[in-house]
Design a protein around this ligand. Sequence first.
Ligand code: DX5
Ligand code: ZN
Length: 219
Amino acid sequence: MSVRIHPSILSADFVNFERDFATIGNSDSIHVDVMDGHFVPNITFGLPMVQRMQQIAARPLDVHLMIENVDTLAERYADTGVASVTFHVEASSEPVALARRIRATGAKAAIAVKPGTSLDSVLENLSEYDMVLVMTVEPGFGGQALIESTLEKVAKARAAIDNSGLEILLEVDGGIDSSNIARVAAHGADTFVAGSAVFKAHDRNAEIEILRNLALQSA
Ligand code: DX5
Ligand code: ZN
């Protein structure tokens, strides 16, 4: 199994994104957290910023939408040319239709579940998605501790993906660091968002490789 490390720029310097992008060249993708202050109690940035990031980023962008009205807004993010758009099942009234519209733009479509949300409706429609994101913290802020009980959902998603025979990535987001990534990988995740763990490191590319190797050893 291959392992992907996606640093979250929620922990980057918000007035120096271009400079910080250049410090994470070893990443497989850059995780871009869009928050609207309604779906989550925090605000980051919106479409103009993502459009500009897409112009300057040397790595693919993995956009994580933590916003309301996602049924009408997600396609606009997908239209910027980013690699993938993740929306929350809790925010969409028509997740399958939305995933199809995202895919029609050429972007990968991904669906996220908060720690307290069941995976069942996602697993019933697995073939509609390119990636499933199991949140390992309550979305909204970086630097939180991983919620252990979410790992059961990671294992459940892994079993369903394997049974489907489809190529679907299984991403985890929140509280991932060198102390727990091996354990999370052992539960079946293959795509790891890490914000504070990467950005607080003196050598961010070296930290990405440490995380990757720890995950690879137990995947
Ligand atoms: C949280 C965001 C995460 C966050 C992760 O709502 O979705 O992407 O940046 O940060 P860490 O890795 O510090 O928990
Ligand atoms: Zn995120």
